[in-house]
Design a binder for this molecule. Structure first.
Ligand SMILES: Nc1ncnc2c1ncn2[C@@H]1O[C@H](COP(=O)(O)OP(=O)(O)OP(=O)(O)O)[C@@H](O)[C@H]1O
Ligand SMILES: [Mg+2]
Length: 359
């Protein structure tokens, strides 16, 4: 049984068992009513006793059936919970895998220019050594008072040959660039570590701005070819009790959805769109807005986007789980809300709200 079948079966099993339970309860009610009615009609105590015994037997049988069915219901619930956990895990693994190639590329770019800067610095160091040797010769000539002019001219020629002015500006620039490159690699590695950290099963206080920033960094290769990323994070946002890696997954799905919608809208023009992510405190909730300038969502499908496996994307680009999981994470697990407003051909805004107090 694959995960999709399982997901569709479990609610059906639960619904069927609940209907059975209701029917059993009805039978018991009918029997009770019949007994009460006979009692009020004044039957003999012997007949009543035998009827009560009969009734007791039936009730016992029904109770046993109910217990058995209750057990089945509990098993079905556990099965459903397990399926949901597996689904979440599968999506997480899929997104880590999907991001890996992009991250390798992101690290490769600074690594490449750090490499060429080191080659340049190695050449410059060779020139430096020649200059120092020339200087040593001048100093030796001065010390013994011979061939001073000759060695000085030699040193001057060498200064021109190595193009000292060029080296003087380029060496600090190469060092600065390399330092920036290392910083960039560190940021990506740290973000990847944070993003793929398994995280606890219990909620803990987290800085949502940081979770969003980390997700933007690891997903950079997904959006940078289609959109500029604008962030507007509220200062001093209170920490929110949450499951950090699951919130990261939700944000990631929203960023990828936004980027897909922008790429689709601009597929002919190749223009860049914009993704704007902002946070703010709103009463006792923290609000995250993810806004894009993509295709928008046609009014006819807006009420289906949170359905499991609903997708408009070609095979290989989407399985329609992202927003269903987002709904589960934000609403069921965190007691928050997730809403969407959209205008066709203009763009879409998803607003996520998470309570500061948790629940
Ligand atoms: N920002 C958006 N702009 C336009 N359409 C969107 C946007 N976000 C979601 N949608 C629509 O909602 C559908 C469901 O989104 P969802 O994230 O659940 O699944 P998916 O992106 O298709 O697949 P998956 O997330 O599993 O890779 C998408 O296929 C798309 O049609
Ligand atoms: Mg998606």
């Amino acid at each position: 049984m694959d995960q999709k079948d399982k997901q569709e079966d479990s609610p059906a099993i639960i619904a069927r068992l609940q209907a059975k339970l209701k029917a059993q309860q009805k039978t018991i009610d009918v029997l009770m009513n019949a007994a009460e009615q006979r009692l009020s009609e004044g039957q003999s105590s012997m007949a009543l006793l035998s009827q009560n015994l009969n009734l007791e037997r039936i009730v016992q049988q029904k109770t046993e059936t109910l217990q058995r069915q209750g057990e089945q219901l509990r098993n079905a619930m556990q099965d459903l919970q397990l399926t949901q956990t597996q689904l979440l895990h599968a999506q997480k693994m899929e997104s880590v895998g999907r991001l890996a190639a992009g991250i390798a590329h992101e690290i490769n770019t600074p690594a490449q220019f750090i490499g060429s800067n080191i080659d340049f610095l190695e050449g410059a160091l060779g020139d430096f050594r020649r200059l120092v040797h020339a200087l040593q010769r001048v100093l030796a000539a001065v010390a013994c008072g011979s061939a001073i002019i000759e060695t000085t001219r030699e040193a001057e020629n060498l200064l021109q040959e190595v193009d000292w002015e060029y080296l003087d500006t380029e060496i600090p620039a190469a060092v600065r660039q390399s330092r920036e490159g290392i910083g960039r690699v560190n940021t990506i590695v740290r973000a990847m570590k944070e993003f793929s950290h398994p995280g606890g099963k219990e909620k803990a206080l987290h800085d949502l701005n940081r979770i969003i920033d980390t997700t933007i960094t690891v997903a950079r290769n997904e959006w940078k070819y289609h959109a500029e990323m604008v962030t507007d994070f509220a200062d001093a946002l209170p920490q929110v009790p949450c499951l950090a890696d699951e919130i990261g997954q939700v944000i990631l799905n929203n960023i990828i959805n936004a980027s897909h919608a922008i790429a689709e809208k601009n597929k002919d023009s190749g223009e860049m769109g914009r993704i704007t992510i902002s946070t703010r405190l709103s009463g006792d909730q923290v609000e995250i807005r993810i806004e894009d300038t993509g295709t928008g969502i046609p009014a006819g499908i807006r009420d289906r986007i949170f359905d499991p496996f609903f997708t408009t994307k070609p095979v290989g680009q989407g399985t329609g789980q992202g927003l269903a999981i987002a709904h589960d994470v934000i609403v069921k697990k965190h007691g928050g809300t997730i809403t969407c407003t959209s205008e066709e051909n203009q763009g879409t805004i998803f607003t996520l709200r998470l309570p500061i107090q948790g629940r």
